[in-house]
Structures are given as structure tokens and as C-alpha cells.
Design a protein around this ligand. Structure first.
Ligand SMILES: [Zn+2]
Length: 462
């Protein structure tokens, strides 16, 4: 039984699908005008794990995650860089997808772009005007928040907090200070589309209501995103999607479960431009393997704040190195991967609202058993570790390759082999000073050597 924490009720509840033959999920994706940071990646990785888990339980999962390719920040950046907004957004959409793939994030089944759904957004706005949830004022269309009694049901914000939170959009022509923009005018040199309300562009919140309905149908099972989107973005999506169909008393007529991941802080501090501590995935993957970054993101429970530190990255790296070493030692055991499944205790931890810290602790305990296990037990453990790795999205590499055996960037293989030969000869001659100095020389060039019963092997440090 899968349990997930539902922000709508603020408690962990059993996941009961609307249609168990097809689980439908929508996650708010990136606004593509810059490189993704580690906070964006946390959303993608948390949802990827949820989707992977659901796929092991249900026959079909449809995962939709959108691309916001029009908004004021995009317009501002394209003007500043003097490049068409479409060129800017296509470039960063591609980079985002490549970066997420390097973290083992499987591509969503559908990745709709906002600019491909302008008609759907216009139709939705028309419905809201017709149902008296929206009004036209000074070339804008605004959602009238007091018309939606359940407003605040997701974020649990009271009226005062709602007004405070929507301050960015305060305009003198609003009927109510909490009202938000559905459509706004574009001047001639700004991207826009023809609409019944003139040349303009949609407000950000509208796109996710339009695209989730188009791609998944209503209601769908899970709506997800970063915790910071709860208000106003997700609150507004509920108001729009329920208001359009006169289901104002039933927020679940839009999405049944709301899945939110927590923030990422860096070395105990909030990520911010002014501190200059924003960690971009694009930079991190130059220095660390994607699996190390992914495991670091999964090391805290997805709803808890994640403190991104050098220590946390090293811990993940050490854990993976250890697991890959164990797998390398079991290299000569051939197994048929499909014969093995994730052990019940680890499945139970993941089904308990994606308790990854518990699941990873259990994985470590399983690996600890290898050394004292019989040959037949080792076969099972190897199969189980690989099954867990497949589900979580780690341990997907060849152990020797991951550990760097037989690969060196600085020295050519013949030189390394020659130095190892000299070292072993020195050892045989009991010239340990020379032997150690050769080992140190190799180490200084990033080559680690290991004496095994089958001779000396080497690897470059990761
Ligand atoms: Zn959204």
C-alpha cells in the first residue's frame, strides 16, 4: 500500500487511484531562461522517484511536466540579451532536459509547452468570465478571488496572508486586492497573441490549469511541484480549474493529491543571487557523477529541507563507491536481473511517503551482509541490490567503469602498468622505500592501486 502526504488535507494518506489502469501525474516544470539549480533538480528527482515507484505498482503511469516558455522573466532576459524569446527558451529547455537526464531523471511522457496551449488558455478564461469568476478591466482579465469560497484550501492561508502574498500583482483596477491576472496586454515589441481581450499574453498560473486538463483530463491523481508553488500558483490553479466547471466546492475535481517537495539550502544558507551560492546542475555535473548528485538529493526525505553541503556530496560518493566495490567483487556472479525484486522492507520504506533515508539505510545494511554470506546468499543479495538501484535510479553503471578501473586521464596505460611492474619488483626485492615512492607517485597522479589475489589492479580516483 502506497501512502503519500497530501498537502490538500495536510496528512499522509493512502493513495487510491482514480483509475488504477492509468495513474496520471502533473508536475510544474521549469521556466526556461537560465540554467536549472539544484532546487529545480530536487523537484525533478523527487517526482522521478515517485513515478518509478508508481510504475512498479501500476501497469501504466502518465507523467506530464510542463515547460514554461513565456513569462515576464523570459521576456526581460530575451530583451537584455537581444535574442528572440523562442531561441532563448528552446536553448534552456534543451539544457534542462540534458541536465536532468544526467541525474537519471527519465523524461516525462508528455512535456507540454505553454506557448503551444494559448488557445486552451483563452478558452479556459472565457469559461471563467462566463461563470462570473473573472472580469475584464483595462485590457486585463482578472480572476475574482472572493468568488471562489474555497480559496486558501491548499495553502491554508487566511485572507490577510493571501492579500500579502499577491502583493506583487497589486493594480489599482483590481476589484479585490487578492485578485490575480489571467490575461494581460502586450505592447507591440513584447511577445503576445490575439485574444477576445486584445493582443496579450497569459498570466503564469493559467498555463498549468490548461495544460494539465488537455494532457490528462480532469480530475487527475497527483499534482506536484516545489513547496514554494503552493501559494499562489497552485492555489490559483485550483481556483481556475474548479471555477471553470462550477465545481467550487470540490477542489479534488481538479487533482486528488498534492505532492510538494521541500527547499534546498546550501551549507545552511538560503540559495540566493546576492550570496552567490546558487548551485547549478550544469556546473555540478562537471565535477561529480550524476549518480552522486542524485543520491545526495535523495538522502533527505523529499518534504524536509535539504542542506546541500560538501559533506553530503562526499557521503553519497562514499556510499556509491562502497556499493560499486561490493558489486565489483561479485562481478563473476551472473544473474538474471528480472529474477530479483526489491526486498519488502525497502519497498515498505518507499511506499511510506517515499522514505528514502530509511530505504538507503536498509540498502547499506543489505550490503553489509555480503562479506558474511554464503555463495548462494551472495547471488540473491546482488540481485536485490541491483533491483533497488534500478528503482531508485542509482548503481546503473558498470562497477569497474564507475570505480575508474583501467581508465586514466593523466598517464597512458602502458606507463601505469610499467610503474606497477617496477613497484612489484621492488617489493619482491624488499625495497619497500622504492615501492612506496612509486605508489605515492601514482597516487599523486590520481591513480590508486590495489593488491588483490589475482595481482595488482589500478583505478583512477573519481
Ligand atoms: Zn504550474
Amino acid at each position: 500500500m502506497l501512502k503519500i502526504y497530501n498537502t490538500l488535507g495536510n496528512y499522509k494518506e493512502e493513495f487510491v487511484p482514480i483509475d488504477s489502469s492509468n495513474i496520471r501525474i502533473y508536475a510544474c516544470g521549469p521556466t526556461v531562461y537560465n540554467y536549472a539549480h539544484i532546487g529545480n533538480a530536487r523537484m525533478a528527482v523527487a517526482n522521478d522517484l515517485l513515478v518509478r515507484l508508481l510504475r512498479t505498482i501500476y501497469p501504466k503511469v502518465t507523467y506530464v511536466s510542463n515547460i514554461t516558455d513565456i513569462d515576464d522573466k523570459i521576456i526581460e532576459t530575451s530583451a537584455k540579451k537581444n535574442i528572440p524569446f523562442k531561441d532563448l527558451t528552446r536553448k534552456f529547455e534543451k539544457i534542462y532536459n540534458e541536465d536532468m537526464l544526467s541525474l537519471g531523471v527519465l523524461p516525462p511522457d508528455i512535456q507540454p509547452r505553454a506557448t503551444d496551449h494559448i488557445n486552451e488558455m483563452i478558452e479556459l478564461t472565457k469559461k471563467l468570465i462566463k461563470n462570473n469568476h473573472a472580469y475584464i478591466k483595462e485590457d486585463h482579465v482578472l480572476f475574482h478571488v472572493p468568488s471562489f469560497k474555497k480559496y486558501g484550501c491548499l495553502s491554508k492561508r487566511n485572507r490577510e496572508e493571501q492579500i500579502l502574498g499577491s502583493r506583487v500583482e497589486i493594480a489599482p483596477f483590481k476589484k479585490d486586492p487578492a485578485d490575480f491576472v489571467l490575461w494581460k496586454p502586450s505592447s507591440n515589441n513584447v511577445p503576445g497573441w490575439q485574444s477576445p481581450w486584445g493582443f496579450g499574453r497569459p498570466g503564469w498560473h493559467l498555463e498549468c490549469s490548461a495544460m494539465s486538463e488537455k494532457t490528462l483530463g480532469l480530475p487527475f491523481d497527483i499534482h506536484s511541484g516545489g513547496m514554494d508553488l503552493t501559494f499562489p500558483h497552485h492555489e490559483n490553479e485550483i481556483a481556475q480549474s474548479c471555477g471553470a466547471y462550477n465545481k467550487t466546492n470540490d477542489p479534488k475535481s481538479f487533482a486528488k493529491y498534492w505532492f510538494h517537495n521541500g527547499f534546498v539550502i546550501v551549507e545552511g544558507e538560503k540559495m540566493s543571487k546576492s550570496i552567490g551560492n546558487i548551485k547549478l546542475v550544469h556546473d555540478l555535473i562537471n565535477n561529480f557523477s550524476g549518480e552522486v548528485l542524485r543520491l545526495t538529493l535523495l538522502s533527505s526525505h523529499y518534504r524536509q529541507p535539504l542542506n546541500w553541503t560538501v559533506d553530503s556530496i562526499n557521503q553519497s560518493k562514499n556510499m556509491l563507491t562502497r556499493l560499486y566495490r561490493e558489486l565489483k567483487d561479485l562481478d563473476d556472479i551472473d544473474i538474471n536481473n528480472s529474477d530479483y525484486k526489491v526486498p519488502d522492507n525497502i519497498m515498505a520504506a518507499l511506499c511510506d511517503d517515499l522514505n528514502t533515508p530509511k530505504a538507503l539505510a536498509e540498502l547499506n545494511l543489505l550490503a553489509n551482509k555480503i562479506s558474511s554470506s554464503s555463495a548462494s546468499e551472495k547471488i540473491i543479495i546482488k540481485g536485490e541490490i541491483l533491483a533497488i538501484g534500478k528503482l531508485i535510479g542509482i548503481l546503473q553503471d558498470n562497477p569497474k567503469k564507475w570505480l575508474g578501473y583501467g581508465h586514466s586521464e593523466g598517464l597512458d596505460n602502458d606507463t601505469i602498468e610499467g610503474l606497477i611492474k617496477n613497484r612489484n619488483e621492488a617489493r619482491r626485492n624488499k625495497n619497500f622505500t622504492l615501492a612506496d615512492s612509486i605508489r605515492d607517485e601514482l597516487k599523486s597522479k590520481g591513480i590508486e592501486i590495489e593488491d588483490t589475489k589475482n595481482g595488482t589492479i589500478w583505478r583512477s580516483e573519481i
